[in-house]
Write a protein that binds this ligand. Sequence first.
Ligand SMILES: Nc1ncnc2c1ncn2[C@@H]1O[C@H](COP(=O)(O)OP(=O)(O)OP(=O)(O)O)[C@@H](O)[C@H]1O
Ligand SMILES: [Mg+2]
Ligand SMILES: [Zn+2]
Length: 272
Amino acid sequence: MQELGDVLKTLMPELTSASEIGRHICEGCGNEVITVEVPIIGGPNKGQIIRQKRGCVCWENEQAREAKQQQQRAKVNYMVERYSTVNPDLEEATFESYQANNETLRQALELSKEYAETFELDKPRNLLFAGLYGLGKSHLSYAICKRLKERGFIAVFISVPKLLTIIKSTYQRNSEFSEAELLDVLSKVDFLALDDIGAEKVRKEEEGDSWATEKLFEIIDGRSGRHTLYTTNLSSEDLGRKVGPRNFSRMMMNTKSFKFEGNDYRINNMRF
Ligand SMILES: Nc1ncnc2c1ncn2[C@@H]1O[C@H](COP(=O)(O)OP(=O)(O)OP(=O)(O)O)[C@@H](O)[C@H]1O
Ligand SMILES: [Mg+2]
Ligand SMILES: [Zn+2]
């Protein structure tokens, strides 16, 4: 009976003459790598000596890492598409469809366009749109979001009350995503419009110190150094009270606030 070594040598003749010339631990994969010199056994370069490294699995690791990253990216894209939703009345909102009926609204439109056109990842700027109902705060925020997507950025528009409901839904056992995954995605998108912040329902005695406050903190704090836009109906005092001082202080970092003034577009457009 033949020894296994002899069988292998017959099947892989280069084993016969492979000579080890060194061993080292690969910095990439941590394996012991053996460097050998072997003669080429056939073809035009037959007999030529080449060096081979055996035992390194860096390449395989790299393939696995890339596959995992690709999976992660697909999941993020899916979540972004799924959760970046608006009410039908905003779907068509663009800069072009915005009618600036007074000087303040003209400035709001100009500011929004300028923000979207000059947006750069490494120059984080935040916006806060305040003011009463139906003045186009959400309209312009969504238009910014669309323009940024056209420019290739990852941009998400979401109403805060809806977002909190979505976070709660991740606590259900059959949820597709964990809360941590969702918060992680929202913390990392290039642009996040948090629409109607302060409109979340919180018991009066819990204002500034509620479950919602804590969730907002995780998102807002996680987004430091990234671009965020807030819209609200509240005054700065009421907003500060509602979201709590820690959130409010972070919301105001690098933030230009703009107060919308004018007539409620929803009511103006009604004829009866
Ligand atoms: N100046 C405008 N030109 C065109 N459409 C507008 C204008 N202002 C508001 N709209 C439209 O009116 C509706 C209400 O506007 P939007 O939701 O932006 O108001 P808002 O300021 O966010 O109000 P709220 O504080 O109630 O959320 C939307 O369908 C929006 O597209
Ligand atoms: Mg709105
Ligand atoms: Zn290696």
